[in-house]
Design a protein around this ligand. Structure first.
Ligand code: AVJ
Length: 322
């Protein structure tokens, strides 16, 4: 059997430097933050897979419903020769797209990209096994940095699913859409998954499940920092917090220090003090309305061709053309 090709743009050294820079920038000011991409070591990726199966976490199921219903239409409209999947994770939902694009006879290559090397190589291997004849070229990289390095013939369909776009702050989102638009020519496509604004309680419970899996996922970022920067965070001394910011229309995940403490991060050359009750923001997960998606895409030079939601109207998949 052929093995998938894997490019790695995330050298251990690159990762360590990037994390060090993020830690220095995010933990030194008065409002502490860490970017959510650091959740996803092998343990974090597994915890996220468990989240997608929780009764409270509807986005994965809602998006899957849309993709299963619309994949044949997506294949017919795009006629894609290359499917690029950004932030692919386990590539589980992608199978609906692969099936439809292969049935349509246009697809030659699948290019999954993810920051989690473990999730990427497992996904690439299982896709190669399941789809003999399909070229699989995985790219370990950061979709905010390594977009220009994506291989594949035109026309390309770039899928950015799961609602991961919500992890970017509004300014970062604009930059990201601009970079994808730059990559694509006329007749090429962006498929975007966005979680939608809804009842506050439904949103908060999706990020604060009864079993505490999301809490463990959240605390995992401290374990990653401990390992990579030789730090001495005590994950158990932090409480998981999920709040809905109605003004920004995003969920924030935070870790709240249960007591005052000083944390050493020798690998970053810093020491960080937490007051009792002080919070560290670990993730923003923005929720959208159609007008906002359409407008932000238009500002980047995309035209929205299709907007599909699940039957309950919880999650949207947009198909836009360059
Ligand atoms: C993988 C970014 C789409 O924001 O819903 C799940 C990550 N965080 N539970 C999301 C996540 C907490 C997830 N994304």
């Amino acid at each position: 059997m052929t093995n998938p090709v894997l490019d790695n743009h995330l050298s251990a050294d690159h990762m360590a430097r990037a994390l060090r820079a993020d830690v220095r920038a995010g933990l030194s000011g008065p409002r502490k933050t860490l970017p959510p991409k650091w959740f996803y070591d092998a343990t974090g990726s597994e915890l996220f897979e468990r989240i997608t199966e929780l009764p409270e976490y509807y986005p994965t199921r809602a998006e899957r419903e849309v993709l299963l219903a619309r994949a044949p239409e997506i294949a017919a409209v795009t006629g894609a020769a290359t499917l690029v999947e950004l932030g692919s994770g386990s590539s589980e939902k992608t199978r609906a797209l692969l099936d439809a694009l292969l049935a349509g006879g246009t697809l030659k290559k699948f290019v999954p990209m993810d920051v989690s090397i473990s999730a990427l190589s497992a996904a690439a291997r299982s896709i190669v096994e399941q789809y003999p004849g399909l070229l699989v070229h995985g790219v370990a990289g950061d979709f905010t940095e390594h977009l220009s390095l994506l291989p594949g013939d035109e026309p390309r369909l770039v899928a950015f699913l799961g609602g991961t776009i919500g992890n970017l702050l509004p300014g970062e989102r604009g930059k990201f859409f601009g970079a994808v638009r730059e990559l694509l020519g006329p007749g090429e496509w962006l498929l975007l998954g966005t979680d939608l604004v809804k009842d506050r309680q439904v949103l908060v419970e999706a990020y604060d499940d009864a079993q505490g899996v999301t809490a463990e996922f959240n605390r995992n970022v401290l374990r990653v920092v401990n390992r990579e920067l030789d730090a001495d965070f005590e994950p158990e001394a932090f409480e998981h917090v999920a709040v809905w910011d109605a003004e920004q229309e995003w969920i924030e995940m935070r870790l709240r220090a249960t007591r005052a403490m000083t944390v050493g991060l020798p690998g970053a050359g810093v020491e960080v003090r937490f007051a009792a009750g002080e919070e560290l923001r670990t993730e923003v997960s923005a929720k959208f309305r159609r007008e906002r998606v359409e407008q932000e895409l238009a500002e980047a030079g995309f035209e929205l061709a299709h907007w599909w939601t699940d039957t309950e109207g919880r999650f949207a998949v947009s198909l836009a053309t360059a």
